[in-house]
Design a protein around this ligand. Structure first.
Ligand code: ADP
Ligand code: MG
Length: 295
């Protein structure tokens, strides 16, 4: 599977959520020969630790907390409907510390998915900045965003976004094939498959390895999506209404898995939900009101 496959999959994801306006021409116009782009991309490929290139803008100038894993400052995002500009985010300031479990709440249409998509680099803000581990990420070229997401972010969505032609085991392995390439993947296939089976076992699905998504329930698909998000050992799990399409009992089971990952493995989780009862389970709740984080 190629990284092109990922982009098209993500395009599908975008198509079901907020739009893609704003990513646009600058990323598309970038060529591999552009030295500035290559150096930015290179710094992302080495984003971890001391070896990564220093951010172009200092922390203090942006008031980005040093302790933050992910931080957003002054995010604005509008959508255009015909000739009308519809402002959705109007100056969002927000950060997540390592090891936190944060819920973003707000009414339907308040911009929760828009914000999560910006933070996950699936879309770009009109203005403002997003930093991950002190590195600016909102202005990366497409390849840099792909690498960043594959290496550091796990994502789960309300409608799972599993690939219908693949079995559950293959769905979980897909991010690994994308990261290492097919040849390298097959060379280390045994250990990757072992890890995928461990994760499917952890989410209670070891008996469903060869099934395809259409043969499974919503809860089973979301469990698979969680295993897929974890196979790359992400530093941050982004979840957009992960229980939104499930009955109450199944939703509680999915949330119990997320809480266990947070409690036992220290996974940092950022979850969007419109459900107060679900949000209360997180360490901290952030409310979006009229395009801003409410005080
Ligand atoms: P939430 O997730 O809180 O329900 P969204 O972020 O999905 O809200 O949407 C916020 C607002 O932005 C809504 O009014 C929605 O109609 C609008 N919106 C989202 N995506 C698009 C788009 N692609 N084009 C135009 N408007 C959009
Ligand atoms: Mg939403």
């Amino acid at each position: 599977m190629s990284s092109t496959g990922v982009r098209s999959q993500e395009s599908g994801v975008r198509g079901q959520g907020p739009g893609t306006r704003g990513r646009g021409a600058s990323a598309a116009a970038i060529t591999e020969a552009d030295p500035q782009v290559l150096s930015t991309e290179y710094s992302v490929l080495r984003i971890d630790g001391a070896k990564s290139a220093p951010s172009a803008t200092s922390h203090s100038a942006l008031r980005v907390p040093h302790s933050a894993l992910l931080a957003a400052r002054g995010l604005f995002k509008s959508y255009r409907k015909g000739r009308v500009e519809v402002p959705v985010l109007k100056g969002v300031d927000f950060s997540v510390r390592p090891g936190e479990f944060v819920a973003i709440v707000g009414q339907s249409g308040s911009g929760k998915s828009t914000l999560l998509h910006l933070l996950g680099t699936l879309d770009a803000p009109d203005t403002g900045e997003i930093h991950f581990e002190g590195n600016r990420i909102d202005n990366l070229p497409a390849r840099g965003r792909d690498v960043l997401r594959n290496k550091y972010f796990g994502m789960i969505f309300q409608f799972y976004h599993l690939l219908p032609e693949l079995t559950m085991l293959e769905n979980v392995l897909a991010p690994i094939m994308i990261r290492f390439g097919v040849w390298n993947y097959f060379w280390h296939r045994r250990e990757h498959v072992h890890r995928a089976k461990e994760l499917l076992d952890m989410v209670g699905l070891s008996h469903r390895l060869a099934h395809k998504p259409r043969e499974l329930s919503g809860g089973e698909m979301q469990r698979t999506a969680i295993a897929r998000a974890l196979i790359t050992q992400p530093k941050l799990l982004l979840a957009d209404e992960p229980t939104g399409n499930l009955d109450q009992q199944t939703g509680s089971e999915i949330l119990a898995i997320l809480k266990k990952l947070h409690r036992e493995q220290g996974l940092t989780i950022l979850m969007v939900t419109h459900d107060q009862a679900i949000a209360r389970q997180a360490d901290r709740t952030v409310r979006l009101v009229e395009g801003k984080v409410a005080a």
